[in-house]
Design a protein around this ligand. Structure first.
Ligand SMILES: Nc1ncnc2c1ncn2[C@@H]1O[C@H](COP(=O)(O)OP(=O)(O)OP(=O)(O)O)[C@@H](O)[C@H]1O
Ligand code: SF4
Ligand SMILES: [Mg+2]
Length: 330
């Protein structure tokens, strides 16, 4: 697959982004507030019309990085640059204006749509948020075009969310995201809550939209097969850090980080016994409240040496366009 980033400047770029949350511990009265470094100095550039996959175990910071990259959360450190503008430095008002070019589609369409709003209300509200004076006739034409894009009939306009299937609801959530002609969409596990047949339809729809509209996507997912189908490049996160970033074929055929290899071996193995294991790794995932020193992965890595527990490896280019955060060439 051609990587559009090879010939273009980034559309959106996270530069050394960290995001720290205050997290109450179970016995907060005794131990007080503790902090989670949900994202730890992550850098990621996405080109126009490029789809970058973001994978990793639950809680590793994928959604947080996605939310920071569309300006829904401010980073605790680092910056996000969109079309050359540093979003981190903008006032709330200017950030809101820039955000119309960036949208998010969530995992669960049932909870992301207001149950009292018809499809017409939902999409109209999204359009009006940025084009408050759009004439009625233009609005009607926009509504029809959006429904057509997501493969739903005009009769859907009068429906409420509970009158739609889960797949139809996700199509509406996608139409709502497209309503402002965004240039960048974060799709946060957009097919995870759908049955297998509907998943395939929505993945097909996203692939068509990507081709036809030239929108850039950050596609967050656990399903590596879908990531392989949709994405040009893939980033792998582990406890807040990006540990590998590569063109999709290089990542799937020649992964270099031991964590990526374990993730792939478990999920893509033809052996159903291996597939049943969520991740073929030694030991439990460490607590994000108290990540291991040095390379976060060292307690679970069978290649770990003394150096790994002392020093965290930086991302380095191990092959053209293929970045890996490991001290060794494995
Ligand atoms: N608003 C918040 N307040 C406190 N902690 C948070 C908040 N949002 C996320 N976290 C913590 O930050 C870490 C990363 O969470 P995040 O939701 O980004 O992970 P994720 O990779 O998207 O996980 P999943 O695959 O389960 O969706 C987790 O430890 C989570 O508990
Ligand atoms: S730096 Fe060490 S612990 Fe980390 S992935 Fe590489 S070999 Fe494993
Ligand atoms: Mg998430």
């Amino acid at each position: 697959m051609v990587d559009p980033l090879a010939s273009a400047a980034p559309l959106v770029e996270a530069r050394e982004v960290s995001k720290i949350f205050a997290a109450k511990s179970g016995i907060s009265a005794l131990s007080g507030t503790r902090y989670v470094r949900a994202v730890d100095r992550a850098s990621l550039a996405i080109g126009p019309a490029e789809t970058v996959g973001l994978v990793g175990e639950s809680g590793c910071g994928k959604s947080t990085l996605g939310r920071v990259m569309i300006g829904l959360e401010r980073p605790s450190a680092g910056s996000v640059v969109f079309e050359g503008v540093n979003l981190t430095a903008l006032s709330a008002h200017r950030l809101r204006r820039s955000r119309r070019h960036m949208q998010i589609v969530f995992q669960d369409p049932a909870s992301s749509l207001d149950p009292r709003y018809t499809v017409r209300d939902t999409i109209t509200e999204a359009i009006r948020a940025h084009h408050s004076r759009l004439p009625r006739r233009k609005l009607a034409a926009n509504l029809a075009a959006l429904l057509d894009m997501v493969g739903l009939p005009l009769t859907s306009l009068s429906r409420l969310p509970h009158e739609l299937s889960n797949g139809e609801r996700q199509r509406i959530a996608i139409a709502r995201a497209l309503a402002v002609a965004p240039r960048f969409i974060v799709a946060d596990e957009p097919v995870a809550s759908l049955d297998v047949a509907t998943q395939a339809q929505i993945v097909g729809l996203l692939a068509d939209l990507q081709r036809e509209l030239g929108v850039a996507f950050l596609f967050i997912a656990h399903d590596l097969e879908v990531v392989r189908f949709l994405c040009h490049r893939v980033a792998v996160m582990y406890l807040g850090r990006i540990v590998e970033l590569a063109p999709v074929d290089a990542l799937f055929d020649r992964s270099r980080h031991p964590y990526t290899r374990a993730l792939m071996a478990a999920v893509l193995s033809p052996d159903p016994d291996l597939r049943r294991e969520p991740v073929l790794l030694h030991g439990d995932p460490p607590s994000p409240l108290d990540p291991p020193k040095g390379c976060h992965f060292h307690p679970r890595c069978r290649h770990a040496q003394v150096r790994c527990s002392l020093l965290g490896p930086d991302l380095r280019e191990a092959a053209p366009g293929h970045l890996v955060a490991c001290h060794f060439d494995l």
